[in-house]
Design a protein around this ligand. Sequence first.
Ligand code: NAD
Ligand code: ZN
Ligand code: ZN
Length: 367
Amino acid sequence: MKMRAAVLEGFGEPLAVQDVELAEPRAGEVLVRLHACGVCHTDLYTASGADPSGYAPTVLGHEGAGVVEAVGPDVAELAPGDHVVTLFSPQCRECVHCLDPRTNLCLAIREEQNKGHLPDGTTRISRDGEEIRSFMGCSTFAEYTVMPEIALAKVSPEAPFEHACLFACGLSTGLGAAINTATVQPGSTCAVFGAGMVGLGAVAGCRLQGAERIICVDLSPERLELARGQGATDLLEGGEGAVERILEMTDGFGADYTFEATGNVAVMRQAVEAARMGWGLCTVAGVAGRGETLDVVPRLLITGRRIAGSSFGGVKGRDQVPVLVDRYLAGEIDLDPFVSHRITLDEVNRGFELMEAQDGIRSVIEF
Ligand SMILES: NC(=O)c1ccc[n+]([C@@H]2O[C@H](COP(=O)([O-])OP(=O)(O)OC[C@H]3O[C@@H](n4cnc5c(N)ncnc54)[C@H](O)[C@@H]3O)[C@@H](O)[C@H]2O)c1
Ligand SMILES: [Zn+2]
Ligand SMILES: [Zn+2]
């Protein structure tokens, strides 16, 4: 079938929206008609050429929500009409990691996904016979996508698509960092560095876990106000003195849980230093630049601080994204402030510009 899609033709170039060909779903695959898709830093990172593992031509986009249109052979749990959220982090439910509660890093399709292929080593998108690769296994800057069943979470049809798509990436990452990775205990003090989609999700996650105090640190006063809306009790301007301020606010000890959601290694270090001696846990969710390292004084660890990393918030997508969506539908999370701009697929490059200008949290493409 023919469909409209935003193609990255070459690094550093604007995406070109055009007609491409999409093949039928094969075994284990599903055809999804997209209704909404968030525009994320990771898409821009690849488009700019900064990501050394990036490839082109490809259809970008990985924060999709839509409806199952058709299924290929051997698809057991999805049927036409189901509402789904796309998962760049799949869940096969069979590999050694999927069977272990300690991680969400499914091993089933990593290699092919990193190469821009579907699990069978090919791609469904093409143009005049030329293959166009799949991005993060999703390629959701398009009217339709074909994805493996194991990379789709079936969610409540009551969730509006523009909100459901937020769960495909940063929001679940932040919520999961607090709920799964750190498992914040009721009554705790938390400090969240960064108030973008991931940090705001972490603030909300700390609140849902019953944290008593949530200090949010960011450079932007507007973003700190959004953090207050998600449950932050104390707002702090980021920069040099942030650690000292957090220590002052916590009787000199630091926070029980800290979260880093900026991708800046200097801020990661601050998040470690702001964690409490004895048991403070620092959860790193930000993605640092290639080759950058985290500089930490080992004495901080000997005296009881711990550091954990979190990919997609430790969320096992098919099992847990539907649960997070239900919690949102039950009124536990307010997502309206996160959708700052609604754009069309043809305006996708404007979505990138808005993100670069830090204008709002998410631009969402509506189809
Ligand atoms: N682990 C994962 O699976 C995963 C998933 C999605 C995104 N990420 C990563 O998480 C990070 C955050 O993503 P996002 O979408 O929220 O990004 P974002 O750019 O929207 O937010 C980052 C925030 O950090 C703030 N910031 C910058 N410097 C700061 C400082 N010195 N002190 C305090 N705050 C500072 C910025 O003002 C901004 O509000 C990125 O590195 C992204 O790549 C990780
Ligand atoms: Zn994303
Ligand atoms: Zn698996």
